[in-house]
Write a protein that binds this ligand. Sequence first.
Ligand code: KIV
Length: 333
Amino acid sequence: MPHRCYDRSPAHAGTFDGTAWTPGTGLGRRIGKEDAVSVHTAAGFDRPVTTATFRARKSASQRIAMITAYDVSSARLVDAAGVDAILVGDSMGMTVLGYPSTLQVTMDDMLCATAAVARGTSHALVIGDMPFMSYQASPEDAMRNAGAFLAAGAGAVKLEGGAHMADTVRRLVAAGIPVMGHLGLTPQSVNQLGGYKVQGKDAAAALALLDDCRMLQDAGAFGIVLECIPAELAAIASAELAIPTIGIGAGVGCDGEVQVFHDMLGLGGDFTPRHAKRYAELGAAVTAAVAAYADDVRRKAFPGEEQSTHLDPAVLEEVRATRAGTVRRIAGE
Ligand code: KIV
């Protein structure tokens, strides 16, 4: 008799048959008993992912799969696929809200998205991305805003920056708020960095990044996103740290990977960042489907009998007779 995996919603529940886990909507990978610390094993298949899972994965050399989502439907889909963590990224500014960068994203934008993602997630760790100026000005701002993310349903927050953020990270962690760091290409500092460029390319920058990693770990961060840095540098950071590194444009030497939902699924137009791989062409599929719908509407091919309901013939007769009388009265007959 298969066990229901972690998911309380029958609509996208996975199953565990004693050997392998099968995701509910057919999108994910199968995970076997050999996954010693997997949340999908017979011993613990119904446990949601926590920051403790992150630590255990690092110790067991098991990679962590993370993806962004910004609403309930995408959260349900990626959660059913069995990802370990869902980042409600401030990349939402560009992918969903049409802003030119992440700098325009507000706390209100992020909390609304985080609450929706949390409502669609039953297994993965939901990480809320702290937007520009929600944590930089003071640790008090950071505390209040990070707390709001947890109140909205996130299990952790992510913020950008190294040594200068260590004190803030320490305070958040002391207050019970799990924090993921973010180093390398930090998009909220795009004006300081002079563009979206690979970081840590010379020895001084590489060594500074390794120092930043260490400071975030010492401050209590449970993981660090490494964005757009050379693969060798990411591998050194991953080997030196006890906490997992999550790469994006940082090679395969990290302890896990994060990708942006829209980049992976072909929903971001023609542009694909160098670090992304398209696993589907959903944008083209959606446009073709909506064009077919519009064509059907114009040809009166939709809605059809299947999508229609009908009046009882006696009711129809009464309505017609009454309307006919009304029309005669208006015409003065
Ligand atoms: O906002 C985001 O999606 C991110 C990832 C690119 C790491 O920060």
